[in-house]
Design a protein around this ligand. Structure first.
Ligand code: PEP
Ligand code: MN
Length: 263
């Protein structure tokens, strides 16, 4: 169902009026974690200023350490919904637990499946029943074939369209957090009719590599990107080292726009 053989034309995913996969380049921007209403509002204002149409932010965080901040939960979901509505933006946020799907769906426009859950098949089937667009991150060590099969678990439920998100994979390289696999963009486009966006933030883990890789994402033919921003990256509760501040984010968006117009 996800394959191009089955469906030759590109599928355009309509996120409550924001179209992904129609030839435009859609940016989703926001903090790694929702830290409070003031912070997510500032992030929404920043995101909007750069031209993003969709606000990102995690309320349920898949942290490597159980002692790290785990997210604000439903309180955070309420805050991101409020901030997005104030700035006329859509919301993407992650769900980690089947039991939270209805709650997350009530506050968001796109449900994000994180890299660590790419092969959580019960979670995939369950989000596939919501009818909401699903942002499916590539697994940390996920092959393209495994990723396409994961999408199939969602598609087989017959309700939710999929947005693939390339967020880098684990390799032997240590200069970056992950190895950003841009070849995934034309490969997914060859094999699937669903759109693919890039995540240069998790793809590199280093803020000053985000702009160059975002531009490369445009050149690769991606349908958009998801990027982490924060008013004060040094004091972010998660993923500060890969987050752009207002100045670097707005600058990147100007450069991205020039490339998008030239494509
Ligand atoms: C995130 O988007 O903040 C996140 C946890 O991403 P990933 O699942 O790609 O690690
Ligand atoms: Mn993050």
């Amino acid at each position: 169902l996800t394959s191009r053989e089955f469906h030759p034309d590109d599928t355009v995913v309509d996120v409550d009026g924001v179209k992904i996969g129609d030839g435009s380049f859609v940016t989703m921007a926001g903090p790694c974690s929702i830290e409070g209403l003031d912070q997510i509002r500032i992030c929404a204002e920043m995101a909007k200023k750069g031209g993003a149409k969709i606000l990102r932010g995690g309320a349920f965080k898949p942290r490597t350490s159980p002692y790290a901040f785990q997210g604000l939960g439903e309180e955070g979901l309420k805050q991101i919904r409020q901030a997005a509505d104030e700035y006329d933006m859509k919301v993407i946020t992650e769900v980690m637990d089947e039991g939270h799907i209805d709650m997350v769906a009530a506050y968001s426009d796109i449900i994000q499946i994180g890299a660590r859950n790419m092969q959580n098949f019960k979670l995939l089937s369950a989000v596939g029943k919501t009818g909401k667009p699903i942002g499916l991150k590539r697994g940390i060590s996920g092959t393209i074939s495994e990723w396409l099969n994961a999408a199939e678990y969602i598609a087989v439920e017959g309700k939710s369209p999929i947005i693939f998100i390339e967020r880098g994979i684990r390799t032997y390289e240590t200069a970056t957090r992950n190895t950003f696999d841009l070849s995934a963009v034309p490969i997914i486009k060859k094999f699937s009719h669903f759109p693919i966006i890039v995540d240069p933030s998790h793809g590199t883990g280093v803020w000053d590599l985000v702009g160059p890789m975002a531009r490369a994402g445009v050149a690769s033919g991606a349908d958009g990107m998801i990027v982490e921003i924060h008013p004060d990256p040094k004091n972010a509760w998660s993923d500060g080292p890969q987050s752009l501040n207002e100045k670097t984010y707005v600058q990147m968006m100007k450069e991205v726009e020039i490339l998008v117009d030239a494509m």
